[in-house]
Design a binder for this molecule. Structure first.
Ligand code: RFL
Ligand code: PHB
Length: 426
């Protein structure tokens, strides 16, 4: 293998539209010495929220790490996904010094609305739990973490191809990848697989070492982003005979709306006018009257899936975030689970380096999975209660209605929803 880490300095020359967003472009990597062997304590695959947050948590405790990412920074930032953060996730951003903008620009929500049977019902989550959630987009979380990483001078290799973890069943794991046609190798103590659902980490483990659990839902979510004020101050989750709808937002000027749609629908079948018309059909009259429509600035269809891989540790390789589990977005748990995983993982790695103990590493998978399965259950339950299923029939629709009625009229039931929605304790 050619060993020439000069590409790290090439990364410094990256120029991109990020500058337009105030990004101080350059220095993706500060490891510019050609002679220096690429060695680090923790090699992280993936620069999504899980990988970036883990990198900062480790750095705060003096544990050096390198992130290897297959996309460009712009591509990573361009993925419009999550929008809702639990208090625990915001606290982790604060812990790594990346939470200031979220506190300035994020919107705090004390409740959420459930719409069904032509009316809307508010669940006061704060009254039930004394906790709130924050509306702050995943793109902004990612940008803040990228900035924190850049400020700390930590190494991130973007546009790496053929990334592969090796020898994680030994105490000398390695990561190989190619960049600009040249092969590279990173020797490390641990590999953190933070490379999302389609990543290489989980795919490198073969059964029976890994077991997976999956449910695929028979519909998708069609989402649009528009430069319009949100229809309501808080989120509206709507169960409707035509299918589920969600009204959410990114700010008081930017809205995000989702519609349940058939899995095989094509974006081209959904011009903006059709989207707005369909959304109006699935909302109550007050919302229809107050809805401000406008051109979409992003439109995409996402499939819905529940998926868990067990365990989350394979010798010296540990999975975190979507690499290990996926939830349907109905409970807004995906990004928040990625954050809780890396919290547990960073604690385990600190214990390893500070106390020379492997106890935390040994406990990581079980500890993370306990919280993961609770969020998987909650997201599955919210999805089941709010969507129209092809085989539900009139009986299924009545059961959903009864469940929603119970939820909004029982203090205990709405407290249970609230407790899960604001996030179970870390
Ligand atoms: P990511 O964000 O997928 O990042 C993984 C990174 O790894 C890179 N990668 C590789 N790098 C090197 N080599 C390889 N072979 C690689 N393969 C992949 C990828 O390029 C990428 O940069 O996973 P991570 O970090 O675990 O973060 C998870 C979250 O992105 C995800 O759970 C959330 O977006 C889910 N989600 C929501 N979560 C919430 O907590 N609250 C929400 O409100 C919420 N809304 C949503 C959502 C997901 C949605 N979609 C599109 C499924 C709404 C939607 C519509
Ligand atoms: C979002 O703002 O994109 C969002 C919010 C709540 C959800 C899913 C997505 O449950």
């Amino acid at each position: 293998m050619v060993f020439a880490p000069t590409h790290l300095s090439n990364c410094d020359m990256y120029r991109s539209p990020l500058q337009a967003r105030g990004w101080r472009v350059g220095f993706w990597a500060n490891n510019t010495s050609e002679e220096q062997a690429l060695r680090t304590k923790v090699a992280i695959i993936g620069a999504g929220p899980a990988g970036l947050l883990l990198g900062q948590l480790l750095h705060r405790h003096g544990i050096d790490n390198i992130i290897v990412e297959r996309q460009t920074p712009d591509y990573v930032l361009g993925r419009i996904r999550a929008g809702l953060l639990e208090e625990g996730t915001v606290a982790l951003l604060d812990e790594v010094g990346a939470g200031a903008r979220a506190h300035r620009e994020g919107l705090i929500h004390h409740g959420v609305e459930l719409a069904f049977g032509g009316a809307r019902h508010r669940i006061d989550m704060h009254a039930a739990t004394r906790k709130t959630v924050m509306i702050y987009g995943q793109t902004e979380v990612t940008l803040d973490l990228m900035n924190a990483r850049q400020a700390a001078g930590l190494t991130t290799v973007y546009q790496a191809v053929d990334v592969k973890p090796h020898d994680f069943d030994t105490d000398r794991p390695r990561l190989t990848y190619r960049k600009d046609g040249v092969g590279h190798e990173i020797a490390c103590d641990f590999i953190a697989g933070c490379d999302g659902y389609h990543g290489v980490s989980r795919a490198s483990v073969k059964p029976p070492a890994i077991q997976t659990f999956e449910r695929i839902y028979p519909f998708g979510w069609l989402g649009i982003l528009s430069e319009t004020p949100p229809v309501s101050r808080e989120l509206i989750y709507s169960n409707h005979a035509r299918g589920f709808a969600l009204c959410t937002m990114r700010s008081m000027r930017r809205s995000r709306y989702y519609l349940q749609c058939p899995l095989d629908d094509d974006i081209a079948q959904w011009p903006d006018d059709r989207f707005w018309d369909e959304l109006k059909r699935r909302l109550d009259q007050k919302a229809v009257d107050e809805l401000v429509t406008g051109p979409s600035i992003e439109k995409s269809i996402a499939p819905l899936r529940s998926f868990v891989a067990e365990p989350m540790r394979f010798g010296r390789m540990l999975l975190a975030g979507d690499a290990a589990h996926i939830v349907p977005p109905t409970g807004a748990k995906g990004l928040n689970l990625a954050a809780s995983d890396v919290h547990y993982l960073s604690q385990a790695l600190r214990e390893f380096y500070d106390e020379k103990s492997e106890a935390g590493i040994d406990a990581y998978s079980a500890r993370a999975l306990t919280r993961v399965w609770k969020a998987v259950r909650f997201s599955w339950w919210m999805t089941s209660m709010l969507h129209k299923f092809p085989d539900q029939g009139e009986f299924g629709a009545r059961i959903q209605f009864a469940e929603l009625e119970y939820l909004v009229s029982s203090k205990a039931a709405s407290a249970s929803l609230s407790e899960n929605y604001v996030g179970l304790p870390l």
